[in-house]
Design a binder for this molecule. Structure first.
Ligand code: PMP
Length: 413
């Protein structure tokens, strides 16, 4: 009997599935070498920094769990209470199927936390960028974005149909040049940057970018997905740390990192934010965040706001790892931050290195081109306030044992 399951090779060239052929080949290569960094299953989660992977105890250094709040007892209790009181799901969008009071409460919490007029919740950070950028940047508009911006920012631009211009990563002068060329259109241009960039762990010169934006009267959107809870006196992000929040028009963020859940938001001082709610397809046409997630996020947001001790521990561990890697002979891609990236040249070298590190007992992220800014594969590490100094020492020990692999990979071609 013929099996109904077909593979891509069963289809003749020119078929609908042709576009998936490069992916099929890459998947086959991973299958042949027996390494699958993109399907790693955590069989059990022991804490914010430890899991069982392939039956082994593993230190997690690739979770984005920056403040280590995923097991916070108060957040878990709030999530349980919301489950009991309000059920498992919202079963629809706020506009079509109704809001829960809890949604509005978290919006008010976030607006108060940022000291601004209003907030819109989205079901993920990805959807927050899609919703805000598609509503702000219509077909007649220009969006100027940092070349290293996240995929959700690019996708949001596509959804709205704006003309997209990229400026050189973290280069306010290049931004200035491109705005100047726009002449009168610069006034309505939307500039989009991030606070902490997620791949290399470098930080935007936001105060300088704000100064450029103000010269042209443009609109500035800052995605603080990775910087929320990490930078600034109360953890509002890089704009707070660089004392330029007044120059930011819209701040986008996520619950999926320092807040330990899933969901996204946009906050702003502008009254127009509320209109974006009604213009935003990714708000209108998808189910709203579930009650347990909203409830736990209200708690973790409070902890984040007073979490100076968490930020101190996070940066102490980041400094420890960054310095330790340099002492061994690694070259991190940027200055100290909770994201530390190491370039490993060659896909196979990078896959093997990542796998050896996992076998040694540490899980980090493998990022392959085209998802990397430099075009070379990256090992991406993210630290957590929940990491102990001993865990970081253990990870450094693993990196020390693999140093010759790094040297060999990076000395080839
Ligand atoms: N913005 C940036 C800069 C991100 O890195 C990410 C996710 N990694 C997102 C937005 C999307 O966030 P979420 O996981 O909440 O969809």
């Amino acid at each position: 009997m013929q099996s109904s399951a077909s593979t891509i090779n069963d289809h003749p060239p020119g078929s609908l599935y042709d576009k998936l052929r490069p992916i099929a080949e890459a998947r086959m290569m991973l299958k042949e070498i027996g390494i699958d960094p993109f399907g790693t299953a955590m069989e059990n989660i022991l804490s914010p920094t430890e899991a069982i992977i392939h039956g082994r105890h593993t230190i997690l250094v690739g979770t984005n769990n920056y403040l280590g709040l995923t097991f916070d007892a108060d957040a878990i209790a709030a999530a349980h209470a919301a489950l009991d009181a309000l059920g498992t799901g919202t079963t629809g969008s706020r506009m079509a199927n109704g809001s829960f009071t809890l949604h509005r409460q978290l919006e008010i919490d976030l607006a108060e936390f940022y000291g601004v007029r209003d907030c819109i919740l989205f079901s993920t950070g990805y959807l927050a960028n899609l919703g805000v950028l598609s509503a702000l940047g219509g077909a007649q508009d220009v969006i100027i974005l940092d070349a290293d911006c996240h995929a959700s920012i690019y996708d949001g631009c596509k959804l709205g149909g704006a003309e997209v211009i990229r400026f050189r990563h973290n280069d306010p002068q290049d931004l200035d040049k491109r705005l100047r060329r726009l002449k009168a259109r610069a006034h309505n241009a939307v500039i989009v940057v991030e606070g902490l960039y997620s791949m290399l762990g470098d930080i935007a010169p936001l105060a300088e970018i704000v100064a450029v934006k103000q010269r042209y009267g443009s609109c500035l959107v800052v995605d603080e997905a990775h910087s929320l809870g990490l930078y600034g006196a109360t953890g509002r992000g890089v704009a707070q740390a660089q004392d330029c929040e007044a120059g930011v028009d819209f701040t986008v963020g996520t619950f999926s990192k320092s807040l330990g859940a899933t969901g996204g938001f946009c906050v702003s001082q502008h009254a127009e934010l509320d209109l974006i709610r009604y213009a935003s397809r990714p708000y209108i046409f998808t189910a709203s965040p579930v009650p347990s997630v909203v409830a736990s996020t209200r708690v973790t947001l409070q902890k984040l706001a007073v979490g100076t001790h968490l930020r101190e521990n996070l940066f102490a561990r980041a400094a420890q790892l960054h310095a330790g890697l340099q002492t061994i002979g690694y070259q991190p891609s940027a200055a100290v931050s909770p994201v530390i990236a190491i370039t490993i040249k060659g896909r196979l070298n990078a896959l093997n290195f990542w796998n050896k590190l996992l076998q040694a007992g540490a899980y980090c992220n493998l990022v392959l081109p085209p998802a990397t800014p430099s075009g070379d594969p990256l090992l991406r590490i993210s630290l957590s306030a929940a990491h102990t100094a001993e865990q970081i020492d253990a990870v450094l020990d693993m990196f020390a044992r693999l140093h010759s692999d790094y040297v060999n990979a990076n000395s080839q071609g």
